[in-house]
Design a protein around this ligand. Structure first.
Ligand SMILES: Cc1cc2nc3c(=O)[nH]c(=O)nc-3n(C[C@H](O)[C@H](O)[C@H](O)COP(=O)(O)OP(=O)(O)OC[C@H]3O[C@@H](n4cnc5c(N)ncnc54)[C@H](O)[C@@H]3O)c2cc1C
Length: 490
């Protein structure tokens, strides 16, 4: 069958590979000049940066993607287990390294929080238990029709801790302020607040610490390039600088898309554009009711991010590959981001220093710092145009105060990416970087499904759809969509 895919983010790329492997005729239309979407790369003067994701979890989902397309992850990419996975810097000068080797981490915990040594192991077992109870139900199941819901083991739901918040459960389990902050941080992996999201999200430490956090040798962008290559080898045709203007429908059935004022007839369409954008902007009111559009517009996006790319003529020896500088008052930081929707005045700062593992990412004796601060999604409460320079300078000063001495004197190149850029370049809903938020216990149920209900022939993939944001879940959205395509497009 003839398929049009809107967008060449990870969701669109994975869908293209899977559908071409099943002998569909696949065309991908991408508004930018290259593949990857929010997973992208910036290079200048010998510095190389991933501009989006920097950590890969759940590689078994990628493995499944490659296998379904007749290849293997091992053939395509080389994964590196990082040691430590991440280094944490607290405001009082305490430093904590987290390893995937539990004994090594316990040694670190004995230094900073001996009272919680046992609690650490117990918590990871609890996180694993949540994973065992939720993965089949909420990740690997498309949750589309009654038959999907029938597969759920309802007894398991009593143990998924949906009625407490991440923060309340973590506070209950740990005495140490250091470990409380450490475990609350994982909720930001899908752009949510630990003070609002259900404790079910305590599953994330299991995914990173028990299953492992990986770097792709050469940079994460190699994943996007590898999927493009695989797709092309399977016959997929990419059309760049091609913005899809509309999804064409007739009698509640998709018949094609409009690109550059031309109609491309299609038997079905997969949209990797953000689900809210797809429903509110690409479908006209004849295709979908005003109330459905309003419902899509009301979906709460995940947080966004403010990024600085700093090319330095020096290395800071205290930095590992992944580093976190914690704020002092974590709760106030999240109130500012999610409630006041302004940038935090005491932010937690993430620094990826990939030249630590990959010396080719910076000129000799230099380093490349990717600096990320959680940001509110776009609203009238914060004007990026007038504030981006001063906020960037503020972050550089903060890092200097936290021990990156004279950082500003060592900057050779500086680029900044704001939530407005994420919206303008990739049409992500209000500039969100992970898709929809998980700030309510019902989020898993309101997230748009991988087949759009109410229209034949429209499938949705990407971080704003089921099962959620981040590389592995986005790939899973494509696996789910293809399962539904095989069910409904015969
Ligand atoms: C700074 C940052 C850090 C992150 N860190 C991590 C991390 O460490 N680990 C992790 O797993 N995840 C991380 N993420 C999240 C991860 O990058 C995303 O979940 C994932 O890349 C999203 O993929 P996607 O397919 O949903 O969408 P996108 O990447 O948004 O792709 C959608 C594509 O569709 C195109 N498009 C949209 N509308 C149209 C149209 N009308 N016509 C044509 N093309 C269109 C866009 O241009 C874009 O290329 C991070 C994201 C960011 C931005």
């Amino acid at each position: 069958m003839k398929v049009s895919i809107i967008g060449a983010g990870i969701g669109g790329l994975a869908s293209a590979c899977l559908l071409a492997a099943e002998n569909h005729e696949v065309n991908v239309f991408e508004q930018q000049a290259n593949v990857g979407g929010k997973m992208n790369r910036f290079e200048k003067d010998g510095f190389v940066f991933d501009t989006g994701p920097s950590l890969l979890t759940m590689p078994h989902i990628l493995e499944k993607l490659y296998q379904n397309c007749g290849s293997s992850l091992e053939n395509e990419l080389s994964l590196q287990e990082l040691s430590p996975i991440c280094r944490y810097f607290y405001q009082d000068g305490t430093v904590f390294n987290c390893f995937d080797d539990r004994l090594q981490t316990l040694e670190e915990i004995r230094k900073i929080a001996p009272e919680d040594e046992l609690a650490y192991t117990k918590f990871l077992n609890y996180a694993e238990d949540i994973y065992n109870k939720t993965a089949d139900a909420f990740i690997y199941n498309p949750l589309y029709s009654l038959s999907d819901f029938r597969q759920l083991d309802l007894f398991s739901f009593f143990g998924i801790d949906a009625f407490s918040t991440v923060s309340d459960r973590v506070d209950q389990k740990f005495k140490s302020q250091y470990l409380r902050k450490f475990f609350k941080r994982f909720t930001t992996y899908n752009g949510s607040s630990p003070y609002q999201a259900p404790a079910t999200l305590n599953v994330i430490p299991h995914v990173e610490i028990n299953q492992g956090g990986f770097y792709i040798d050469g940079g994460l962008y190699l994943l996007a390039e590898s999927l493009q290559k695989l797709a092309e080898s399977l016959g997929v045709v990419f059309h760049f600088d091609s913005t899809v203007q509309q999804i064409i429908t007739k009698n509640k059935t998709v018949t094609g898309i409009k690109v550059n004022d031309q109609i491309i007839e299609s038997d079905f369409v997969v949209s990797n554009s953000d689900a809210t954008e797809t429903i509110t902007r690409l479908l006209d009111t004849g295709a979908v009711s005003a109330s459905k559009k309003q419902k899509a517009a009301n979906i709460e996006p995940s947080c966004s991010g403010f990024v600085l790319l700093l090319g330095l003529d020096t290395k800071f020896e205290q930095l590992a590959h992944h580093n976190i500088y914690f704020s002092n008052n974590y709760e106030r930081e999240f109130d500012q981001i999610f409630d006041a929707k302004v940038m935090p005045n005491d932010p937690t700062i993430y620094v990826a220093n990939t030249s630590y593992s990959n010396p080719k990412h910076a000129p000799e004796n230099g380093s490349n710092l990717f600096v990320l601060v959680n940001a509110p999604y776009l609203s009238e409460a914060y004007d990026w145009e007038s504030k981006k320079e001063s906020y960037g300078d503020f972050i550089i000063r903060q890092l200097e105060e936290r021990g990156l001495d004279n950082l500003s004197d060592h900057i050779k190149i500086k680029e900044c990416i704001t939530p407005t850029d994420f919206y303008r370049k990739y049409s992500s809903n209000k500039g969100s970087i992970y898709g929809t938020s998980s700030n309510s216990k019902f989020s898993a149920f309101v997230r748009p499904r991988n087949k759009f209900k109410g229209l034949n022939g429209l499938y949705l993939v990407g971080g704003s759809t089921h099962p959620g944001g981040g590389i592995p879940l986005v790939v899973q959205s494509a696996l789910n969509a293809v399962e539904l395509i095989n069910r409904y497009e015969k």
